[in-house]
Design a protein. Structure first.
Length: 309
């Protein structure tokens, strides 16, 4: 049986570790993530974006994840990532997801609270947990003033009010991470003190989005075989470990898996250009994602934590 993010993250918060949320788009990603969860006895969150729903099909994704859950000894949730379309959110609540995220971070504070509270009211009777988001994800740049940073970061006082008035089960916060492979132009850094301040006043687990490290070895392999990935820079492992110590209980990973997958598909084609068997090149890419996920689970401290272990 799939579990909710609330089950996984409340336990992670109490145990001072984090659960990885890994985005899926197809069978190979599902296989890689769940195989890593089995091998390391780690909980995992399989995250689905609205774009993935449109690409792979709602029923296909739900069926894949539920079939794997029913047949492997793993503890996983099925989570809608960055939901903004209320019809898709409602479909996820009614159609087999165990967690949804409502991303109202582009709205005013009051509007964000209102739409988030609406989703909580829809999800609660169905036993589906809800993640909200407050603040804007944008990497901290050396030339950004303190006042500009404050406008980007999640405000601790607003975070406490937001959680109290919406009833969310977890809260995604902005402390300097950003989505994609190009997170920082200068030195990579996060506002750790701000994260601690939020954790001190918010009773629910905190979520760190945009947390990929952008493995330079994988970037180099991809570029060697034809990719054009520029000066990509992600969040260092040490910063992630520190964020987990300071209260991040869910850490989102997508870009690192995409780069690894791309690198090894390209390498497979270059090594055997005559190959037309997708199992060969997709299998190599799946194995690369598997290794990425295992490394993240170890980094987050979730190894051996499935089923309350």
């Amino acid at each position: 049986m799939l579990v909710t993010n609330k089950v996984l993250l409340d336990r992670a918060k109490a145990g001072s570790y984090a659960v990885g949320a890994f985005n899926i788009n197809n069978l190979e990603f599902v296989q890689a993530i769940t195989s890593a969860a089995v091998e390391l006895d780690s909980p995992a969150i399989l995250a689905v974006s609205q774009g993935a729903v449109k690409y792979a099909g709602f029923e296909n994704l739900v069926s894949m994840v539920r079939t794997v859950s029913d047949n492997l000894n793993i503890e996983i949730s099925l989570h809608l990532d960055h939901g903004q379309d209320m019809e898709i959110i409602k479909r996820c609540i009614d159609g087999g997801f165990t967690s949804v995220m409502i991303d109202g971070s582009n709205l005013s504070f009051e509007e964000n609270m209102a739409v988030t509270r609406e989703v909580v009211e829809k999800a609660r009777p169905a036993g589906v947990s809800v993640e909200g988001e407050l603040g804007r994800l944008a990497g901290i740049e050396d030339n950004v003033s303190v006042s500009e940073q404050d406008a980007i970061f999640t405000d601790p006082g607003e975070a406490a009010e937001f959680v109290e008035k919406t009833g969310v089960d977890s809260l995604a916060v902005a402390v300097g991470t950003s989505h994609g492979a190009y997170k920082f132009k200068g030195e990579a850094k996060l506002a750790m003190d701000r994260l601690s301040e939020i954790a001190a006043v918010v009773p629910v687990p905190l979520v760190l989005h945009g947390a990929s490290g952008v493995n330079q070895e994988h970037v180099a392999i991809a570029n060697e075989f034809g990719a054009k990935i520029g000066a990509a820079k992600g969040v260092p492992d040490e910063a992630i470990s520190e964020a987990v110590r300071r209260g991040a209980a869910k850490v989102n990973i997508d870009t690192d898996m995409r780069i690894a997958f791309t690198a090894y598909v390209r390498k497979s084609f270059a090594g055997k250009p005559e190959n037309i068997d997708p199992r060969k090149y997709l299998g190599a890419a799946r194995d690369a994602v598997f290794e990425v996920v295992k490394a993240k689970m170890k980094l987050f401290g979730s190894v051996g934590k499935a089923f309350g272990g």
